[in-house]
Ligand binder design. Structure first.
Ligand code: MIC
Length: 648
C-alpha cells in the first residue's frame, strides 16, 4: 500500500518534487468559493479574461453573508449568481446550506483535487480526495486553469485503533484530541491521512467533522480512505458512479506516524478563546452558560442533530439559558430531520431552529450576552468571533451540548440515559440539487450582464516592491494573531467583503481600534508579530485590508500557511526574524529600515534592518523560488502580468 494523499498528489503533480517544503504545483479538478470570499475571487478571475472557468467543476455557494439587513449582501448574491451563470460555475442559492456539507453531498469525488476559498474546504477530504483551503486570488488562478502552488506537505499517518464509546463520545472528540496533542500550530505543513482499523468504525459525516477541523491545526488537509462507507454515502447521494475504492496507507508509508486509541477517548472541550485550548469535559463541568448552539460550520450532519433531538425529547432547555440554537448543515439535512421527527424534538425542547447556513459560527447573528459563557459545537472560538467583544466561547461535541442544554451549565453527557434514536430517513438529494443552478451553456452565457451594486469595488491594484523600506511599526502583536483579529467576523464587517477600502477601516477592530487611523497618518508601516501570525481562516481580506492601509511587510516569528500565501499573493512581504529574540526589540512607532528587498528574487535571504534608536538586526524569509519572484513583482496579479503576460 502507499499513502493515498501522496498517490493523489503524484497523479496531479505538474511541477516540483514531492519533498516536504519544496514548491510544487498540482492540477486542480474542482474549486469552490463562498459569498464572503467569492466576490473578490470572481472579480480576480474576471481579470484573466478566460470566458469560462477552466476546471471540471467550479461551485459558488451563498452561505456566509446570509443576512439581508441592507443592500450589500443581496447585491453580492445577485452578482455571484450572474457571474456563475456567465462563467460556467454551479451556483448554490442561499438556503441550500453550508458549502462544505453540500460539497460533500453533491460534488466531492475520490481521487480528485479541490481548492476552495474557505479554510474548511478540507472537509471534502472525508471523500478520499485532496481538499485544501486557499485565498480567493489563488482560487481565481486555479479557476483560470493554472495549477495550485504550495509547499509540498509532510504526509502524516494517523492510525486509529479501537472504537468510540458511543453515543456520548463522538468524532469531535477525536479532532479535539489531536488539537490537544498538537496545538493550533502543530499541523502546519502537514497532510493528515487517517488510516487503521478505527477508520471503518466512523461514518462518512464523522470523518467530515475531523477533516473540517483539521484546519484548526493549521494543516494543509486531511484525507480518509474511499471505502465501503464512502460507497454507501455516494450511493445515497445517487452518485454511485463517482465511487472508486482507494485505501489509505499503512505503517512505513508516511513521514510521521501517530496513533489514537478511540476506545480511550472521553468527551473533550476547547476553552476560550482558542480551539487548541482543550481539556477533558470533567475539568469544566458546572461552568454556567447563557447560550448553547449546535450545528453551523461543523457538526451539522443529520446524526449530529438527531442525537441532540433524542437526548432532549420530552425535556425543556434549562431556564438558566437565554437561548439555544440549531443550524442544520444543508437543505437535505433539514429535510431529513423534518421527516425523522428530530426537528419537532428540538422545537419542543425550546431550541431556536435556524436556516442551513454558517450563521452564528461566523458571528452572523446569535451573539451571546456580554461577559457570559456560550457553548458551541463549532470549529473556532477566537476572541470576538461570536459578535460579542468579551465573549467566552467553549467548543464541544453535540453530545456535550445536549447534556449542557438540559443543565444550563457544561455537563458530562455520560450522565444521561442512552436515548431511543429515531429511524434515519433516506437522504433525498433532489431536495438540494434542484436549487443548485447549473452552469449556463457558453452560447447563452455570453450575453449575460453582470449587475454590480454600489458596495462592489474592484480589487485594489498592488504596488511594486522597492528595494528598501523605511516605515514605522504599526503594532507589535503577540503570538497566534488570527485572521479574525485582522479582518473581523460578523454581520457588520463581513458585509464589506466586496469593498476593500471600506473593510480596511475595521482592521484590528477588537485588539487595537486605533490601527487604521494610525496607519493612514503614518503613511503605512510594518506589522510585527509572534508565532503563527494569521491563523484561522482563508479570508484574503486579512492581507488586503492591511495592504490597503499601507502595510508593506509583516515581520513575524512564524506564519500560518494560508495567510502567509495570501500576503505573498497580495504583495505584502512575510519576513522572519533571523534571531527570534529580536522580536522583543519591537516597539510601537519605531522606524525600521529594511534593505535589500528586491534582492530576494535573486536568492538573498538576509535583509539588514536598522531599528531607529536600537541598532541593526537581520531579517530573513522562507520564500520558495516562485514566491520570491511574486513578492518582488508586487503580488500574484502583477507577477502574472509581467512574467507571464499570456496567462492573464
Ligand atoms: C471561517 O470559518 O473562519 C470562515 C468564515 O468560513 C472563513 C472564510 C471567510 O472568512 O470568509 C474560512 O474558514 O476561511
Amino acid at each position: 500500500m502507499a499513502s493515498l494523499a501522496r498517490t493523489i498528489f503524484e497523479e496531479h503533480l505538474v511541477r516540483g518534487e514531492l519533498v516536504p517544503g519544496q514548491e510544487i504545483g498540482i492540477s486542480v479538478d474542482q474549486t469552490l468559493v463562498q459569498d464572503a470570499t467569492g466576490t473578490m475571487a470572481m472579480m480576480q478571475f474576471e481579470m484573466f479574461d478566460k470566458g469560462r472557468v477552466q476546471v471540471d467543476t467550479a461551485v459558488v455557494y451563498v452561505d456566509h453573508n446570509i443576512l439581508q439587513i441592507d443592500f450589500k449582501n443581496p447585491d453580492d448574491h445577485r452578482f455571484l449568481q450572474a457571474m456563475s451563470a456567465k462563467y460556467g460555475a454551479w451556483f448554490s442559492r442561499p438556503g441550500n446550506g453550508i458549502c462544505h456539507y453540500i460539497h460533500c453531498e453533491r460534488f466531492a469525488k475520490p481521487g480528485q483535487t479541490l481548492v476552495g476559498a474557505d479554510s474548511h474546504t478540507t472537509q471534502s477530504g472525508s471523500c478520499g480526495m485532496i481538499a485544501m483551503g486557499a485565498g480567493g486570488l489563488d482560487v481565481a488562478v486555479c479557476m483560470a486553469g493554472h495549477p495550485f502552488e504550495l509547499p509540498c506537505p509532510k504526509f502524516v499517518g494517523v492510525f486509529l485503533e479501537g472504537e468510540l464509546q458511543r453515543p456520548w463520545v463522538q468524532a469531535k472528540d477525536i479532532i479535539l484530541k489531536l488539537l490537544q496533542e498538537k496545538g493550533v500550530r502543530g499541523g502546519r505543513g502537514c497532510l493528515f491521512e487517517f488510516t487503521g482499523p478505527g477508520v471503518a468504525t466512523l461514518s462518512y459525516t464523522e470523518r467530515g467533522t475531523i477533516a473540517n477541523m483539521i484546519a484548526e491545526l493549521g494543516a494543509t488537509g486531511a484525507v480518509f480512505p474511499s471505502d465501503d462507507t464512502t460507497r454507501l454515502w455516494l450511493e445515497e447521494q445517487e452518485r454511485a458512479g463517482d465511487f472508486e475504492a482507494m485505501p489509505t496507507g499503512g505503517t512505513g508509508d508516511f513521514e510521521e506516524e501517530i496513533s489514537i486509541d478511540l476506545s480511550e477517548l472521553g468527551p473533550l472541550v476547547a476553552k476560550p478563546s482558542s480551539p487548541g485550548n482543550v481539556v477533558p469535559v470533567e475539568e469544566v463541568t458546572g461552568t454556567p452558560l447563557t447560550q448553547v448552539c449546535i450545528g453551523s460550520s461543523v457538526n451539522s450532519s443529520y446524526d449530529d442533530m438527531a442525537i441532540v433531538g433524542a437526548a432532549l425529547r420530552g425535556n425543556r432547555l434549562s431556564e438558566r439559558l437565554v437561548s439555544a440554537t440549531a443550524t442544520p448543515g444543508s437543505r437535505q439535512i433539514l429535510d431529513q430531520i423534518t421527516r425523522s421527527g428530530t426537528y419537532v424534538d428540538l422545537l419542543m425542547a425550546g431550541i431556536r431552529m435556524l436556516e442551513p447556513a454558517c450563521g452564528p459560527c461566523v458571528g452572523m447573528g446569535q451573539a451571546p450576552p456580554s461577559g457570559s459563557n456560550s457553548l458551541r459545537t463549532f470549529n473556532r472560538n477566537f476572541p470576538g468571533r461570536s459578535g460579542t467583544a468579551d465573549d467566552q466561547v467553549y467548543l464541544c461535541s453535540p453530545a456535550v451540548a445536549a447534556a449542557s442544554m438540559l443543565k444550563g451549565e457544561i455537563a458530562d453527557p455520560r450522565e444521561l440515559p442512552v436515548p431511543d434514536m429515531p429511524a434515519r430517513p433516506e437522504a433525498r438529494p433532489a431536495v438540494v440539487q434542484a436549487h443548485i443552478l447549473e452552469p449556463v451553456p457558453a452560447e447563452e452565457a455570453a450575453s449575460i450582464e453582470i449587475p454590480r451594486g454600489p458596495n462592489i469595488k474592484p480589487p485594489p491594484e498592488p504596488r511594486e516592491l522597492p528595494d528598501s523600506l523605511a516605515l514605522r511599526v504599526l503594532i507589535a502583536a503577540p503570538d497566534d494573531i488570527s485572521t479574525g483579529d485582522l479582518s473581523p467576523d460578523g454581520a457588520t464587517v463581513m458585509a464589506f467583503r466586496s469593498n476593500v477600502p471600506a473593510i480596511a477601516e475595521f482592521t484590528f477592530q477588537h485588539r487595537d481600534p486605533g490601527f487604521p487611523r494610525r496607519a493612514k497618518e503614518w503613511g503605512g508601516g510594518f506589522i510585527v508579530a509572534g508565532d503563527n501570525y494569521g491563523q484561522g481562516s482563508s479570508r484574503e481580506h486579512a492581507a488586503l485590508a492591511p495592504a490597503q492601509l499601507g502595510v508593506r511587510a509583516v515581520i513575524a516569528k512564524s506564519f500560518a500557511r494560508i495567510h502567509r500565501r495570501n500576503l505573498i499573493a497580495q504583495g505584502v512581504v512575510p519576513l522572519l526574524f533571523k534571531n527570534q529574540e529580536d522580536y522583543d526589540k519591537a516597539e510601537l512607532g519605531q522606524t525600521w529600515r529594511i534593505s535589500g528587498l528586491r534582492e530576494i528574487a535573486g536568492g538573498e535571504d538576509e535583509l539588514p534592518t536598522e531599528i531607529e534608536g536600537v541598532g541593526e538586526i537581520t531579517l530573513t524569509h522562507d520564500l520558495l523560488p516562485r514566491e520570491r519572484e511574486i513578492v518582488v513583482a508586487g503580488g500574484l496579479i502583477r507577477y502574472l502580468r509581467e512574467e507571464q503576460p499570456a496567462a492573464i
